[in-house]
Design a protein around this ligand. Structure first.
Ligand SMILES: [Zn+2]
Length: 112
């Protein structure tokens, strides 16, 4: 499952941070997930909790922030939120390219 691979990546980052800080417990992990990142939040939470069972991140809370999809016009630089997969610039008819909404990253790791 796609979400399992993502959960593993997140767990690896948390473990690395914990090792760096000599921490025995991860309390909270902040995630930034774009609307277009193709991540099912519930599936990710489920995979993560299965993965961390019995580890230093067992009780870690996943704090997920969704990033809306925003496009910018290549011709006139106009920026707008993208709705209904409409990538056409309302100003000039040019094509919008995605400037945010595809990210998937760990923002912070809180440890005890
Ligand atoms: Zn435009």
């Amino acid at each position: 499952m796609h979400e399992m691979a993502i959960a593993e990546g997140i767990f690896d980052i948390a473990k690395e941070q914990a090792a760096k800080e000599n921490s025995a417990r991860v309390m909270k992990i902040g995630l930034l997930i774009g609307e277009m990142a193709g991540v099912e939040e519930e599936a990710l939470r489920f995979c993560f909790s299965a993965l961390v069972r019995g580890t230093l991140a067992e009780n870690a809370e996943l704090s997920i922030k969704r990033v809306p999809l925003v496009g910018r016009c290549g011709a006139c630089d106009y920026e707008k939120p993208i709705e209904n997969y409409n990538f056409i610039c309302p100003r000039c008819g040019g094509g919008l390219s995605v400037v945010s909404g595809r990210e998937l990253r760990v923002e912070y790791v809180e440890m005890e």
